[in-house]
Write a protein that binds this ligand. Sequence first.
Ligand SMILES: *Cc1c(COP(=O)(O)O)cnc(C)c1O
Length: 376
Amino acid sequence: MNKYLLTPGPVPVSGGTRLAEARSLIGHRGEEFSELFSRIETKLSRLLKTDGKTVIFPASGTGALEALAANFIGPGVSVISVSCGVFGDRFREMAALTGADMINVDVEPGEEVKPRVAAAAAASNPDASVMLLTQNETSTGVFNRVDEIIAAIPMETRPLILVDGVSSVGAMPCFPREWGIDGLAAASQKGLLTPPGLAFVWLSERGWDAVSKRKCPSYYFDLTRQKKYLYKDAPENPYTPPVSLYYALDHALDEIADEGWFSLKERAARSLAAGIEALGFELLVRDERFRSPGVTAFFHPSGETGAILKSLKSMGVEPAGGQGKFRGNLIRMSHYHDVRWPEISLALGSLYAALGGARRGAGDFMRRAYGVWEAK
Ligand SMILES: *Cc1c(COP(=O)(O)O)cnc(C)c1O
């Protein structure tokens, strides 16, 4: 059966990207690869509005986070970890594993991180040199306003800001240089609409300066070593890169380069949310300003969410379930890929069928969702 993948990573990859990935291999120590690499760097700089280059290496998003942890954090480093869900907790765990002194700030899963909460943590821990944030908490569908959070911390006392952008980069604005992020981690298989396997790390000047003063205990994840190869006249990767994924990424970056891409993501999220609510589900993120443009989390008040998800899967429609405290009680539907009205109606129609539709008095959902879609 043809599966309609709606998991928040991996996400459906376009036909064009799959074709690009299938091209014949080239060696990774040659002019052709350097050109491909440089082209990708230019596109990433445009997407992130940065000038410095982005380190790319084969790993999943966790590998990109590990690289940040290994290069910035170690025994005795004081780290403020702000978490509002499973992925914030994971970044925290990685930091703690290095032997850092952890200061943990927990926000109720399903809620966003308020700028004043992060600012208060920085103010009362002036010795902290690093703060960990998650831009898009995929486990709950919460979109944190990282720009506002950073702006709320005065520059003089601001720790190095490390951001998990694994499920945000590509699908929503993420402008690390403009916002004052010092280390950003991302991955290929979510907002970047590429198959899994590539990790990305971007550092600010302050960030590069900080890591150059530390000895990284990891060989493979040593960013300073990566930087030497990245900044060669003809850039390369210190170790064998998955060239096919670079082909795919080069193509996918064109698909999301359109100026209207971010607003299309938001529009799809709002329309889908309107239909989901009209079907009688409840959205986990109550305040719509903090709902992710990439993934929507919801549940049915009857308590039958697990059964509804199972029914959806039997139809070939595959969102993800809940994680952490929401295991078994949440549906997470992603819309990172090119989702427009046909895709929204497919998702809503399948939900209607899985729910037992009319029996629950959910009749008007399509008109409601289409109204929001059409209003733009
Ligand atoms: C998916 C995800 C990760 C983990 O990425 P992997 O590619 O599965 O290693 C980390 N953080 C966030 C916010 C994610 O969505």
